[in-house]
Unconditional design. Structure first.
Length: 610
């Protein structure tokens, strides 16, 4: 007989626990008994909660086993901290681990007691459970006292990493974000440093990126300005007072950039481009700084002699546009030492770090394109035009269709906030164009438009070997050496690109695209494979900027390849054994030109015939 209601007593007997424990579980998951009974729907909810709780307990044991836990003051004051300590006690004893209480945190708790009587009950409870840990030999006080709590986490805490893996427990989103940025900056893997918070159920969860969904509509009303400063004029800053504008460094659609002679520059808006909305956004960005090398974030507002807002101050950037680097083979070869792919992979890592830091600070670039990234070296780049970024509810009003995700193609950028999924599509496009030098992932033969190709998500690259792709029904890969570059990528990257760009792929939808931090991890793995020579041992062409054939791990196949010199460009290229057999079986002469020159010659012949 199937029951439709269950008493607390029946549930306690079935579960082998007391009625009070059942009541506590019901309270935790928000299930309310009616006349002492639980409905079938309530029971289902309780079962789901218990299953999740069981999974969480197992995860907690794994965390205790793997990490040393450091606790922040805001977590000690959390209402669920006592329950967490109760769960931790047997696990800490089992694995002979201790919870670390930083000296700075202990001092902060005492200061809260002295200055904020309202939280003393929470403090007393937190101290009680800290003493419980201490009495059981499971609490360790560590580190010096700092005036700024963040200095402890950035210095003393991270110095522990060579000896132990750390789990920092904090409810402070700013501290969590700071530590996540440090992980990116210092190349600290997730396995060495994890940042968690106590969730509503009293267990540990990872901090998630939070982006506002409250759109702030920009006020388009022009600002009336009596005088727009130029070279030689004075502008006033709140920090350093009067500054004299130096020589003009650049002039764009929105404003002119002037040198300030101290490593910073001034962007002065054109008189007809400065609106109240733009002023509000820049003011917000100055109040919420992102301080990271290579990001030209607005530092302070600049005013003219009439105390009218005219622009802002930012770090001075250097380098060449990424677009110019990728579109010129000679420039790219001189940029990459000995023409090695490893330098482009390092460049991708450098760019990903900057984007990851921005996202960790709640910022989306929005307008990702090759003109807004200036390259100095594989390890030094600058992100410019940051005032267009999406931050704090202020939209990014512009965008390049080539980097625009399928779901927002054709939408008016000033009217909506982009999602992280929209941004991750653009990041993936950028990475593809770095690896397949300058070529967009959706560019294909006989295509109508890039926007249409993106919307349809027909990705022309796939297969483990270029010969496989040539047999494709689509046969749409651009002619030239692009297929060879694609073929030489490690399988895991080709698989990720395919599943991002092909309709129906695992990461092809807005809510499933790979995060920037995941791409960063994968490109670091790619770099290590090249740096160690592992990929080159499989195929010597693996580290070539412009490989002369597709990937071939069969040494006998490589040994039987013909090394040819292109009659047009003089570059070396290879004809593999399978390619030789293909031409001979059709009674065709072997090619005298490389793939690139054959493609150019074919296009020229088509133009002549037309």
């Amino acid at each position: 007989l199937k029951m439709t209601t269950y008493t607390v007593q029946q549930l306690a007997q079935a579960m082998g626990v007391t009625e009070k424990e059942v009541q506590n579980l019901m309270k935790e998951c928000g299930v309310q008994p009616i006349n002492g009974c639980l409905t079938e729907q309530g029971l289902s909810r309780l079962q789901t909660y218990i299953e999740k709780k069981g999974d969480t307990v197992n995860k907690l044991e794994n965390l205790v086993k793997k990490y040393t836990m450091m606790v922040d003051s805001c977590s000690i004051l959390h209402s669920k901290f006592p329950g967490l300590v109760t769960e931790l006690l047997p696990l800490l004893q089992k694995y002979r681990k201790k919870v670390v209480l930083p000296a700075t945190v202990e001092s902060e708790l005492q200061n809260k007691w002295d200055t904020n009587p309202n939280i003393r009950p929470s403090l007393q409870m937190g101290w009680h459970f800290l003493r419980m840990l201490s009495n059981n030999g499971l609490l360790e006080k560590r580190g010096r006292q700092y005036e700024n709590k963040g200095d402890f986490w950035a210095n003393d805490a991270l110095q522990c990493l060579p000896q132990e893996n750390l789990l920092v427990l904090t409810q402070d989103n700013l501290l969590a974000r700071t530590l996540e940025c440090l992980k990116v900056e210092k190349d600290i893997p997730e396995s060495r440093l994890k940042v968690c918070f106590i969730n509503q159920y009293g267990y540990l969860s990872r901090h998630q990126l939070r982006f506002t969904d409250q759109l702030i509509a920009e006020d388009p009303t022009p600002v009336s300005v009596k005088q727009m400063p130029a070279t030689g004029d004075l502008v006033r800053s709140e920090k350093d007072g009067d500054l004299r504008l130096g020589r003009e460094l650049g002039n764009g659609g929105e404003g002119t950039v002037y040198d300030l002679g101290d490593g910073t520059v001034a962007k002065i808006y054109h008189k007809d481009r400065l609106t109240f909305g733009k002023g509000a956004k820049i003011s917000y960005m100055v109040k919420h700084p992102v301080k990271y090398a290579g990001i030209c974030w607005p530092q302070e507002l600049l005013y003219n002699q009439y105390n009218e807002l005219v622009g802002y101050r930012m770090p001075r950037a250097s380098g060449s546009k990424l677009k110019n680097l990728l579109e010129n083979r000679q420039t790219l070869e001189s940029f990459c030492i000995k023409g090695k792919k490893k330098d482009l992979v390092q460049l991708a890592i450098t760019i990903l770090k900057k984007i990851a830091v921005l996202q960790l600070n709640g910022v989306l670039l929005g307008d990702i394109n090759l003109n807004n990234i200036l390259v100095v070296s594989p390890t030094e780049i600058w992100l410019v035009d940051c005032d267009s970024y999406q931050t704090g509810g202020y939209v990014c009003p512009v965008g390049d269709p080539r980097f625009t995700a399928p779901e927002i193609q054709g939408k008016k950028f000033p009217t909506f906030l982009r999602s992280t999924g929209n941004e991750q599509f653009a990041v993936a496009v950028l990475l593809f164009m770095l690896m397949v030098t300058g070529k967009h992932p959706y560019v294909q033969q006989n295509m109508e438009s890039i926007s249409k190709a993106i919307a349809e998500m027909e990705f022309p690259y796939y297969g483990n070997h270029p010969d496989v792709s040539r047999k494709s029904v689509r046969n749409a890969v651009p002619e030239g050496g692009y297929l060879y570059q694609w073929s030489q990528l490690p399988y895991f990257l080709r698989d990720d690109f395919y599943n991002t760009f092909q309709k129906g792929g695992r990461y092809s939808t807005e809510d499933r695209r790979l995060a920037t931090t995941i791409w960063l991890q994968k490109f670091k793995e790619y770099y290590d494979l090249l740096d160690s020579g592992k990929l080159q041992s499989q195929d010597p062409q693996a580290d070539a900027l412009f490989p002369i054939r597709g990937k071939c791990t069969d040494r006998e196949e490589r040994d039987q390849a013909l090394h040819m010199i292109c009659v047009d460009c003089g570059e070396e290229f290879e004809i593999t054994k399978s390619e030789q057999e293909y031409f001979l079986s059709r009674y065709l002469d072997l090619p005298k030109r490389c793939n690139t020159c054959r493609s150019l010659r074919k296009k020229f012949m088509n133009m002549v015939s037309d």
